[in-house]
Design a protein around this ligand. Structure first.
Ligand code: ZN
Ligand code: ZN
Length: 183
């Protein structure tokens, strides 16, 4: 079944078209190393002036980013200089851009209130930054007061989405769509 679905996908989008689509994408390095976090933490601890607050904010920004990448959550985490929106995976989309998803998919996902990067294709896999994904986690919600989360995922190829999953179920669902829907 997997082979059939893959072959069907390949006949729709040939390798040349995929390459052209990819070549138009811009990526920035959003990877956060442990040493960067340690450096920022140290700078915060050593800063005794009122600036300590800003050092804390700098550390928090990168600590959050790393945690979101670990959850494999893709969203526009930063608006860069009012020029482009940047995803946690590094995909950078000019603010003037429109969605480049298929119109029928955009319509299916219209109820989800997605941000600009979530409506743009070319996301890199998290947390490895290798390869591209069409299915990913776009949001999550807290469940009760137990520090539990429900994850919501979508597929930019077929327009399906699934809400309220455990982390592992959401990741499995995305893996399936990335194999079957994206060639
Ligand atoms: Zn992304
Ligand atoms: Zn799909």
């Amino acid at each position: 079944m997997k082979v059939t679905a893959r072959s069907a996908g390949q006949s729709n989008t040939g390798p040349v078209r995929t390459y052209l689509t990819m070549s138009k994408k811009k990526y920035v390095d959003t990877s956060v190393t442990d040493s960067v976090l340690e450096k920022l933490k140290k700078a915060q601890d050593e800063e005794k002036s009122p600036n300590a607050y800003y050092k804390f904010k700098a550390w928090l920004h990168y600590a959050n980013l790393k945690s979101w990448q670990g959850q494999q959550w893709h969203f526009a985490y930063v608006n860069y200089c009012g020029e482009e929106m940047r995803c946690t995976c590094g995909l950078a989309v000019p603010i003037k851009n429109k969605s480049d998803m298929k119109p029928e998919v955009l319509e299916k996902l219209g109820v989800l209130n997605l941000d600009l990067v979530q409506k743009s294709t070319g996301h890199r896999q998290l947390p490895t930054f290798k390869g591209q994904v069409a299915a990913f986690i776009y949001d999550y919600t807290h469940v009760g007061g137990l520090g539990m989360y429900n994850y919501h995922c979508l597929c930019q190829q077929c327009g399906e989405y699934l809400q309220g999953q455990s982390s592992s179920d959401a990741i499995t669902w995305c893996k399936f769509h990335n194999q079957v829907c994206a060639s």
